[in-house]
Ligand binder design. Structure first.
Ligand code: HEM
Length: 448
C-alpha cells in the first residue's frame, strides 16, 4: 500500500506558503534534510511534493515524463511572458517545435557560435581594460546580462540588440520578479484588473515585444539566408496545410530563447566569478590552466575540451547555485514515487538546488570543491544526481550552447583579470524563477 509522504504542517490555513515567501531555499533544503527524499507540502489549498533522489527525478523527467506535465501555476505565470514557446508548450505541438529548433543547436553550429561568443567576451574585456585597477566597483551581474544577451541575439537571431540592452534587462528583471511574486501569492489579481503592478507588467512586456517583433518584422522585410534559429522557424511549413508559423508563434519562440538563452547563463557566470573570488586557490588553478593551454592567446571552440579546470569550476558553481533552481511539474496521472502516493492534480517539485546539496550523495555539500568533477566523485553518482539542465526529452535545448559559452567567457575574462568581491557585499541568492544574486554582484576588476 502506498503511504502519504511526511512533511511540515505549516500555518493552519496557508500551510508552508508564508515560509516559502520568506525563504524558499531554506524551506526546501531543510525539509529534505529533516523528512527525507520525498516531502509533502501544503501551499494554501494546494498539495505539492518535493522529490530529491536521482531515482525520483529520473522517474518524473525521463521514465514516466508523459505523466508529468507543465500545467502548473509557475508555468502559467511564465506563459504570461513567454507565451507558448518551446519551454512552456506540451504534447504534439511541443514535439514539432523541438524538432524544428534542434538543427540550430547542432554541434557544428555551436562551433561557429563559439567564435561569436569569444569575440563578444573579448569586446567586453577590452572595455574592462580601460578601467581595470581604478578602484571603482562594477556590477558583474549586469555586465554578464548584457554580454549573454548580445551573444544570444547575434547567434540565434542574427541581430545585435545591444543598443537596447539596459531597457531590455530592466524589463526582464521586473517581469521575472513579478511572475515569481504572482506564483507564490495567496490571491493573485487577474491580469485584466488595472492594478499598478499589472500596468507595469504590461508596459515591460510591451518593451520586450517591441524588440522581438522588430527583429521578426525586419527579417520578413529582408529575408536572409542565415540558417539561424529564427530562419528555421520562419521557413518551416505545416505538412498538411502548407502554412507557415504566424507572427504570434514566432514571437513566443523568439522570446523564449531571448530570455531562457541569456538570463540563466548570466547568473551561472556571476555565481562562478563570486565563488572564484572567495576561493583564491581555485581561481589560481584556473589561471594556471589558462596560461598553460592558451599561452596568452584568446580561447577558441577547439580549446573548450582542454579547459577542464575552468569547466569544473563552472560545474561546481552550478551544483551550488543552479540557475534553474526549481523545476515544477503537474501530476497528470496518479503515481507513486519512492513508495509515496502522488495524487493526480497535485504538484511535483524537482530542485537541482536541493538535490545538489544532498549529503547522502555529495561529501561536504556546502563546500566549493571543483575537483569533485575531476577525480571521479561526481561521475560515479547515478544520472540525475546532478541535473542543472534538467533531463529526459525536455532537457535544456541550449545545454551545449550554454556550456561552450560559459567556458569561453570565463576563460577570456579570467585570463585577463582578477575579480575581487567588494568587502561586505551581500551575496545572498534570491530564489526567483531563476537563482539570482539578490543585490547584484559588486566586484573590483584588476589586471591579472
Ligand atoms: C546555464 C545556463 C542554462 C541553464 C542552467 C538552463 C536550464 C534549463 C532547464 C533546467 C531546462 C528544463 C526545464 C524543464 O524541464 O521544465 C531548460 C529548458 C530550456 N532551455 Fe535552458 N538553460 C540554460 C541555458 C539555455 C540556453 C543558452 C538556451 C538557448 C539558447 C536555453 C533554452 C532553453 C529552452 C528553449 C528550453 C525548453 C526546452 C524544451 O522543453 O524543449 N537554455 N533549461
Amino acid at each position: 500500500m502506498t503511504k502519504t509522504a511526511p512533511g511540515p504542517r505549516g500555518h493552519p490555513l496557508l500551510g508552508s506558503l508564508p515560509d516559502a515567501r520568506r525563504d524558499a531555499l531554506s524551506l526546501f533544503l531543510n525539509a529534505a534534510n529533516e523528512y527525507g527524499d520525498v516531502v509533502r507540502f501544503r501551499f494554501g489549498p494546494r498539495i505539492a511534493h518535493l522529490a530529491r533522489s536521482p531515482a525520483a527525478v529520473r522517474q518524473a523527467m525521463q521514465d514516466k515524463h508523459e505523466q508529468y506535465g507543465k500545467q502548473t501555476r509557475g508555468f502559467d505565470k511564465v506563459r504570461l511572458v513567454l507565451g507558448d514557446g518551446l519551454l512552456t508548450s506540451e504534447g504534439a505541438f511541443w514535439r514539432r517545435q523541438r524538432r524544428i529548433a534542434q538543427p540550430a543547436f547542432h554541434h557544428k553550429r555551436i562551433a561557429a557560435f563559439g567564435e561569436t561568443m569569444a569575440r563578444c567576451a573579448t569586446d567586453l574585456a577590452d572595455e574592462w581594460a580601460n578601467y581595470a585597477g581604478n578602484g571603482k566597483p562594477i556590477d558583474v551581474l549586469n555586465e554578464m546580462m548584457h554580454l549573454t544577451l548580445r551573444i544570444v541575439s547575434i547567434t540565434l537571431l542574427s541581430e545585435d540588440t545591444s543598443a537596447r540592452a539596459d531597457e531590455v534587462g530592466r524589463a526582464i528583471t521586473e517581469l521575472l520578479h513579478s511572475a515569481n511574486e504572482r506564483m507564490t501569492r495567496v490571491f493573485d489579481p487577474p491580469m485584466q484588473l488595472p492594478t499598478r503592478e499589472n500596468r507595469r507588467f504590461k508596459e515591460n512586456l510591451r518593451t520586450l515585444d517591441s524588440v522581438v517583433l522588430s527583429v521578426i518584422a525586419e527579417r520578413r522585410k529582408k529575408p536572409r539566408e542565415t540558417g539561424d534559429l529564427l530562419s528555421l522557424f520562419m521557413d518551416i511549413r505545416d505538412e498538411e496545410t502548407g502554412e507557415r508559423m504566424d507572427d504570434q508563434q514566432l514571437r513566443d519562440e523568439v522570446m523564449t530563447v531571448y530570455i531562457a538563452g541569456h538570463e540563466t547563463t548570466a547568473n551561472a557566470l556571476t555565481w562562478t566569478l563570486m565563488l572564484l573570488s572567495k576561493h583564491p586557490a581555485e581561481a589560481r588553478a584556473v589561471r594556471e590552466e589558462l596560461a598553460a593551454v592558451l599561452g596568452g592567446r584568446a580561447p577558441t571552440f577547439a580549446d573548450v575540451p582542454k579547459l577542464v579546470r575552468t569547466r569544473a569550476a563552472i560545474d561546481e558553481s552550478m551544483r551550488l547555485y543552479p540557475p534553474a533552481w526549481i523545476i515544477g511539474r503537474s501530476i497528470d496521472k496518479e503515481d507513486e514515487i519512492e513508495g509515496y502516493r502522488m495524487p493526480k492534480g497535485t504538484l511535483l517539485f524537482l530542485s537541482p538546488y536541493v538535490s545538489h546539496r544532498n549529503p547522502k550523495l555529495f561529501d561536504n555539500p556546502e563546500g566549493f570543491d571543483p575537483s569533485r568533477f575531476l577525480d571521479g566523485r561526481v561521475e560515479k553518482l547515478p544520472r540525475f544526481a546532478y541535473f542543472p539542465f534538467g533531463g529526459g526529452p525536455r532537457i535544456c535545448i541550449g545545454n551545449a550552447f550554454a556550456t561552450t559559452e560559459l567556458v569561453l567567457v570565463l576563460a577570456t575574462l579570467c585570463q585577463r583579470f582578477r575579480l575581487d568581491l567588494v568587502p561586505g557585499h551581500d551575496c545572498t541568492p534570491e530564489p526567483s524563477i531563476t537563482l539570482r544574486p539578490r543585490s547584484g554582484m559588486m566586484m573590483l576588476v584588476r589586471n591579472a
